[in-house]
Design a protein around this ligand. Structure first.
Ligand code: GDP
Length: 320
């Protein structure tokens, strides 16, 4: 039986990934900050928990040695760009430096055990930041515009370093990917939860920041499926994971109101400066030709379907 160690299992992607790996008969291990909080966040009972902290390299090394995984999926870290502006130093440590500790631990395990270890890093479209081209692909120059993007760029380069060293070290360059499990720190869930409250009559206004930013929004379970394909590929490589379609935040708002049956919504939305970023990547759109052609991946849900799935979930939450 193969085994996998996941960091970030309590997040949106970690939870979907654990389910996918378990359904394929893979023994799932997870790094968690404290067993009790993982249990509170209802990590499934079939996951073997390893306590550790991204700020403690020794605890990461121990988790890798104790789980002795065939695969390491590194998803942990501060994942919100907005939060990275509030905590830039912490972001560089947990989203950047800790990846070096994980890679070194995987490499050392491979060297000492003689058993190959495959490492997949959740890289991000934010590494392209103020992108010099649209759409972006694996060769687009890296040009982050946020503390989060800079930390992810450092991690992205380190994965390449360990690949040159002889570790199967790969990345999925993930564009924004959403689901009902997305927290409200992200604009999509903030919108769908807010629209559901307006539809239910418990709120009268939705306050947002930059409505003109364009993002390439996909369906999170599809992106996790891509990470599994990447770990099982013949060769370790970098792959853009994106739908190839981008929409403005304003379009997302419109689609969410439409999904909730509200056609006249302009007066229900206001811009609040507090939600603006010091610098915001203006237009993200990914070209995922490489993973489509080499690993047979493709997205299964389109923009409108993603928005409706999230709005319907939030409406159900309010009515239950
Ligand atoms: P990101 O692309 O990883 O930063 O994902 P987010 O979901 O946090 O933000 C997507 C886009 O929505 C960015 O361009 C934000 O500036 C924009 N945005 C507009 N209003 C808001 C808001 O109220 N919250 C968040 N998180 N983003 C907002």
């Amino acid at each position: 039986m193969s085994s996998a160690l996941i960091t970030g299992i309590t997040g949106q992607d970690g939870s979907y990934l654990a389910e996918q790996l378990h359904s394929r008969g893979i023994d799932v291990h997870a790094l968690v900050r404290a067993e009790s909080s993982a249990q509170e966040q209802s990590v499934a009972e079939w996951v073997t928990l390893h306590e550790g902290d991204l700020l403690s390299p020794e605890s990461l090394r121990r988790a890798v040695v104790d789980s002795a995984p065939d695969y390491v999926f590194n998803l942990a870290g501060i994942s919100s760009v907005a939060q990275s502006w509030k905590e830039p130093e912490l972001t560089s440590r947990v989203t950047g430096l800790a990846v070096g500790s994980m890679l070194e631990a995987a490499w050392t395990l491979q060297e000492s055990s003689g058993k190959p270890v495959r490492f997949v890093q959740a890289s991000s479209s934010e590494i392209f930041g103020a992108a010099v081209e649209v759409p972006q692909n694996e060769s687009t120059p890296i040009h982050p515009v946020s503390p989060y993007g800079a930390a992810k760029a450092y991690a992205h380069h380190l994965v390449g370093v360990y690949r040159s060293r002889g570790l199967f070290a790969a990345t999925g360059i993930l564009y924004n990917h959403e689901s009902p499990r997305r927290p409200e720190a992200f604009v999509t869930r903030k919108i769908t939860a807010g629209v559901a409250q307006i539809a239910a009559g418990t709120s009268s206004e939705l306050l947002l920041g930059n409505l003109d930013a364009q993002r390439d929004w996909g369906w999170a379970p599809d992106y996790v499926d891509a990470l599994v394909r990447i770990v099982e590929a013949d060769v370790a490589d970098d792959f853009v994971i994106a739908t190839g379609e981008s929409h403005t935040v304003r379009e997302f708002v419109g689609a969410a109101f439409t999904a909730a049956g509200i056609t006249d919504w302009q007066h229900l939305v206001a811009v609040d400066e507090r939600f603006n970023r010091p610098v915001d990547a203006p237009l993200m759109r990914g070209d995922s030709t490489k993973i489509r052609e080499t690993l047979g991946w493709k997205p299964t849900k389109r923009f409108d379907e993603i928005v409706s799935a999230m709005v319907n979930h939030d409406l159900e939450l309010l009515s239950s």
